[in-house]
Design a protein around this ligand. Structure first.
Ligand code: FAD
Length: 450
């Protein structure tokens, strides 16, 4: 009889943990997963899914506005926030149930409770010890709010999903994709929004031109963007909050949302009882086979840093299961991972930004196009779509596709397949467009614009 209760014990039933647990079990491993909070993890409960639902809700404002030019007289009052929030919560609860069934049907034992390491083969949950040949850490991350005086008055994305009521004015602090998405969502839901970011332009790491155009589009929609600015203190006032600003002024607001990064959720995990080591950024250090410094312990998903996206955590979970129990030893490929920002309008992107491509490939061609969406030609909506292709001149390979415009995420997913397959500019040029669409522009960009 085995000295272990399980072949694999997974800590965290989020994107990466559930995928690794379920796939490992399907390959014959005896698997348990411990979950302290909610089935499905961040993505399902306080991340991608509820955020996208809110983003859909926020888009209606623009559609209501444009409808008149198409002959529809639509009148609408302010959003019924409790209805949206509670409908969202009901859907999340349904998904929680689905995740429970997925684990049950895969013969994975679900253990509700906070897990911590006793030693490198033993985990404690609710005072009970479980021994496993291998243990996977898939505990994800948690919002980080810097130590600003009055930070107890700030909220993170976690709380935003459950607000009692929407404020008249909200301040979003941060310049990453979560901050930028929430600025757009709140604005679309009828809240006056100021976004504050300490650097000169948000969305560092994305293509600079796209970032610049997004800033214009957000301002057009009434969002106040304050770059090179920061909050130095938060004070409660009779009718809300007052923010002290680094530039010297004050800003009165109803709520302040900090989206200033996320940290791995390691508190109380008992890593001190193992040899698991952290990297310089504080994430769990792993080899390219997701093994930590303790040979029986693995880690993946947000807790190891990197791109911190659900499909990446899923792919890592799949990769590990196949490696450990399927006999497939294949390195994870992190190149050309597409991603979207569900800001307003959306950004969709795959491959290198112009800045990154210049550094990596040297000689590149850049093709851009900016135009009014056909849908907006009847309306007074001044919004413009912006598209960008980046080509490595030496190989003719398209190494970057970027879009700012409605449904950019949907559209870029398709191009990501072509880019992953190594499509060249000649292949793009030989592809017939679908008319009239926004996407056809990507296959008709003939002249390098610079
Ligand atoms: P998680 O999904 O965070 O799961 C970790 C789980 O472990 C949690 O359920 C937690 O409760 C549990 N846990 C932690 N510690 C313990 C313990 N000691 N014992 C037991 N259980 C424990 N990604 C996208 O791809 N697209 C998006 O649009 C997107 N939007 C996002 C929006 C927001 C607001 C946020 C916060 C994130 C978003 N993400 C998005 C990122 C995505 O949610 C994460 O990359 C993904 O959830 C990471 O999966 P994971 O398995 O590493 O961790």
């Amino acid at each position: 009889m085995s000295q272990f209760d399980y072949d694999l014990f997974v800590i965290g039933a989020g994107s990466g943990g559930v995928r690794a647990a379920r796939m490992s079990a399907s390959m014959g491993a005896r698997v348990a997963v411990a979950e302290a909070r909610y089935l499905g993890g961040t993505c399902v409960n306080v991340g991608c899914v509820p955020k996208k639902l809110f983003s859909y809700a926020a888009h209606f404002t623009e559609n209501f506005h444009d409808a008149a030019s198409f002959g529809w007289d639509v009148s609408h009052g302010p959003i019924d926030w409790p209805r949206l929030r509670d409908n969202k919560t009901r859907e999340i609860e349904r998904l929680n149930g689905i995740y429970g069934n997925i684990l049950k049907n895969a013969n994975v034992d679900l253990i509700n409770g906070h897990a911590h390491f006793v030693d490198e083969h033993t985990v404690d949950v609710n005072g009970k010890h479980y021994r496993a040949e291998r243990i996977l850490i898939a505990v994800g991350g948690w919002p980080y709010i810097p130590d600003v005086p009055g930070k107890e008055h700030a909220i993170s994305s976690n709380e935003l999903f459950y607000l009692d009521e929407l404020p008249e004015h909200a301040t979003v602090v941060g310049g990453g994709y979560i901050a930028t998405e929430f600025a757009g969502i709140l604005n679309g839901l009828g809240v006056k929004v100021t976004q504050i970011y300490r650097r000169s332009l948000f969305l560092r790491g994305f293509d600079e031109e796209i970032r610049g155009h997004l800033a214009e589009e957000m301002r057009l929609r009434g969002i106040e963007l304050r770059f090179n600015e920061n909050v130095t203190a938060i004070e409660k006032t009779a009718d809300g909050l007052q923010l002290q600003l680094e530039s010297g002024g004050v800003l009165n607001t109803g709520a302040v949302l900090y989206a200033t990064g996320r940290q791995p959720l390691l508190e109380g995990l008992g890593l001190e009882n193992t040899r698991v080591a952290l990297n310089e950024q504080g994430f769990i250090a792993v080899s390219d086979t997701f093994q930590t410094a303790a040979p029986s312990i693995y880690a993946l998903g947000d807790v190891i840093g990197g791109m911190e996206l659900t499909p990446v955590a899923l792919a890592e979970g799949m990769n590990l299961a196949r490696r450990l129990y399927g006999g497939i030893d294949q390195a994870m490929d992190y190149e050309y991972i597409p991603t979207a920002i569900f800001c307003q309008p959306n950004i969709g992107t795959v491959g290198y930004s112009e800045e990154q491509a210049r550094e990596k490939f040297g000689d590149i061609s850049v093709f851009t196009s900016q135009f009014k969406h056909l849908k907006h030609t009847l309306t007074e909506n001044p919004s413009k779509v912006f598209l960008k292709l980046i080509v490595d001149k030496a190989s003719d390979r398209v190494v970057g596709v970027h879009m700012l415009g409605d449904d950019a995420g949907e559209l870029i997913q398709g191009f990501a397949v072509a880019i992953k397959a190594g499509a060249t500019k000649a292949v793009f040029d030989a592809t017939i467009g679908i008319h009239p669409t926004v996407a056809e522009e990507f296959v008709t960009m003939r002249e390098a614009s610079r």
